[in-house]
Write a protein that binds this ligand. Structure first.
Ligand SMILES: Cc1cc2nc3c(=O)[nH]c(=O)nc-3n(C[C@H](O)[C@H](O)[C@H](O)COP(=O)(O)OP(=O)(O)OC[C@H]3O[C@@H](n4cnc5c(N)ncnc54)[C@H](O)[C@@H]3O)c2cc1C
Length: 384
C-alpha cells in the first residue's frame, strides 16, 4: 500500500511529558510531527509536585539541567498514621541523587524545546477539537489555533491530552474513571518548613483517606506540603484534610511556621491502565491512557516512558504498509504492556487488594508496608 500524502505523519495532542517525548521519539524515527497544546504557557498552572526519578530522565535521554531541577532527592521517609517511620537514605552509598523535584513549568518547556530541536513543529494556544477520517486512509484533524479554525491531515493522532482526555472520547474509547479511583489532590508551596533532600510520605486514613500526605523539598528553602484523598472515602475535600494534617498530626509542630506562597490542586487517576488504548487513527498515552502508578500516583516517569515507546512504535509502524486501524495500532499498547504495562497492572492489583480490606487499621498497615517496601533498594517496583 502506498500511503496518501499528509501534512504531518502524526498530530500529537498535548505537550506534557508524554506528548513531548512521543514527538521527539517519532521525529527521530523519521516521522513528521505536529505537536499542539491548548495552553499558551506549557506546564501552567502547575498541577504537580514534580518528583521524578533520575532513572526516568536517563531512559528518555533528558539531562537533569539546572533550568528545571529545583532540588535533588537522595531518599525517602515513610510514616504511618502515628508517626512511626522508616527512612531509606542513599547518601552514604552514592553521591548522585536518585531523583529530582522539577518545576513543571520549566520542565515541560524544556521537553518541548528538546522536541523542537529534534525537528518537531510545536503550535501553542492550539486546541484539538476532533478528527474526520478520509476515504484515502488518512484523517483530518480539526484545530482551533489562536482562536481560528484550522485543519491538517495526518495518518495518526496521538492523544497525550491528560487525565480529562477528549481524544479518547472522540474515538469512543471508555475513558471514564470511577470516582473511587480518582484521587483529589491539594498542595501548598510553603516557606518555613525544613526538608533534607528526602521525599516524605505520610500514610493513614486519619490524615488522607484513600491516599497519603507528602512533604517534598522544593529548593530555595521551600517545601511542597500536599495530600490526596479518594472522594468516596471521605465527605470532606482534600483541602480540609490538608488543614487538619498540618494542624493536628504528629508533624504539626514542624508545619506550624509554614508561610503559603502558592496553592495547587488537581486530579490523579489511581486507576487501571485503559484496556483499549487505540482506535482507528488514534493512540492514547500518558494520563490519557491511565499510565499512572496507581500506588504512588506518580505519572511523570510513566508518561515519559510511554511517550518514548509510542513514538518509536509509530515510526516503525508507519514505515510499513499496514493501515492505521484500531487493531493494528493496538500493537502500541502491546509493546507498552511488554515493556512497562504488565508491572503497572501488578501494582494496580496490589492497590486493589489493599482497598478491598474492610478493616481500616489493617488497610493502614498494608498501605504503610507497601510504601516502605516500595522505596527499598530491592523493591521490584523501584523503577516505576
Ligand atoms: C497535585 C498533583 C501532584 C502530582 N505530583 C506528581 C509527582 O510528584 N510526580 C509524578 O511523577 N507525577 C505527579 N503527578 C501526576 C503527573 O502530573 C501526571 O501524571 C503527568 O503530568 C502526566 O503527563 P501527561 O503528559 O500524560 O499529561 P499532562 O501533563 O496533563 O499534559 C497534557 C497536556 O495536554 C494539553 N491538552 C489537553 N487537551 C488538549 C486539547 N484538546 N488540545 C490541545 N492540548 C490539550 C494540556 O494543556 C496539557 O499541557 C501529580 C499530579 C497532581 C494532580
Amino acid at each position: 500500500m502506498v500511503r496518501a500524502t499528509v501534512d504531518y505523519d502524526l498530530v500529537i495532542v498535548g505537550s506534557g511529558p508524554a506528548g513531548a517525548t512521543a514527538a521527539r521519539a517519532a521525529v527521530r524515527g523519521g516521522l513528521s510531527v505536529l505537536l499542539v497544546d491548548k495552553k499558551q504557557e506549557l506546564g501552567s498552572p502547575i498541577q504537580c509536585s514534580g518528583a521524578v526519578s533520575a532513572n526516568a530522565l536517563k531512559e528518555v535521554e533528558v539531562l537533569p539541567a539546572d533550568e528545571f531541577v529545583v532540588e535533588p532527592v537522595y531518599g525517602f521517609k515513610a510514616y504511618d498514621a502515628t508517626g512511626v517511620s522508616e527512612t531509606v537514605d542513599y547518601r552514604p552509598y552514592r553521591s548522585e541523587p536518585i531523583g529530582y523535584v522539577v518545576d513543571r513549568r520549566r520542565f515541560d518547556r524544556h521537553l518541548a524545546a528538546l522536541a523542537e530541536l529534534a525537528g518537531v513543529e510545536l503550535w501553542l494556544k492550539t486546541e484539538a477539537t476532533g478528527h474526520t477520517p478520509r476515504p484515502d486512509g488518512t484523517t483530518e484533524v480539526h484545530l482551533s489555533r489562536l482562536g481560528r479554525p484550522v485543519s491538517v491531515t495526518a495518518h495518526v493522532v496521538v492523544g497525550a491530552d491528560g487525565v480529562q482526555s477528549q481524544v479518547g472520547k472522540w474515538a469512543g474509547i471508555q475513558t471514564r474513571i470511577k470516582l473511587r479511583e480518582l484521587a483529589s489532590c491539594f498542595q501548598l508551596v510553603v516557606e518555613g518548613v525544613e526538608t533534607s533532600g528526602l521525599l516524605e510520605i505520610v500514610t493513614g486514613e486519619r490524615w488522607a483517606p484513600g491516599g497519603y500526605a507528602w512533604i517534598f523539598p522544593k529548593g530555595h528553602g521551600r517545601a511542597e506540603v500536599g495530600l490526596g484523598v479518594a472522594r468516596t472515602m471521605t465527605e470532606r475535600d482534600a483541602r480540609w484534610h490538608l488543614d487538619r494534617f498540618m494542624n493536628e498530626s504528629f508533624l504539626a509542630d514542624r508545619l506550624k511556621g509554614a508561610r503559603i506562597i502558592e496553592v495547587q490542586g488537581g486530579g490523579v487517576p489511581l486507576a487501571a491502565p485503559l484496556r483499549r488504548q487505540a482506535a482507528d487513527h488514534i493512540v492514547l498515552i500518558g494520563d490519557a491512557a491511565r499510565h499512572v502508578n496507581p500506588i504512588t500516583g506518580g505519572g511523570i516517569h510513566t508518561a515519559l516512558r510511554g511517550g518514548a515507546i509510542a513514538g518509536a512504535f509509530l515510526a516503525d509502524f508507519l514505515a510499513g504498509d499496514l493501515p492505521p486501524t484500531a487493531a493494528h495500532l493496538e500493537g502500541c499498547h502491546q509493546r507498552w504492556l511488554a515493556e512497562l504495562g504488565d508491572t503497572m497492572w501488578k501494582l494496580y492489583d496490589h492497590k486493589t487488594a489493599i482497598f478491598r480490606e474492610r478493616d481500616p487499621a489493617r488497610r493502614d498497615a498494608l498501605l504503610y508496608a507497601t510504601m516502605t517496601s516500595y522505596f527499598r533498594p530491592d523493591s521490584e517496583y523501584r523503577k516505576i
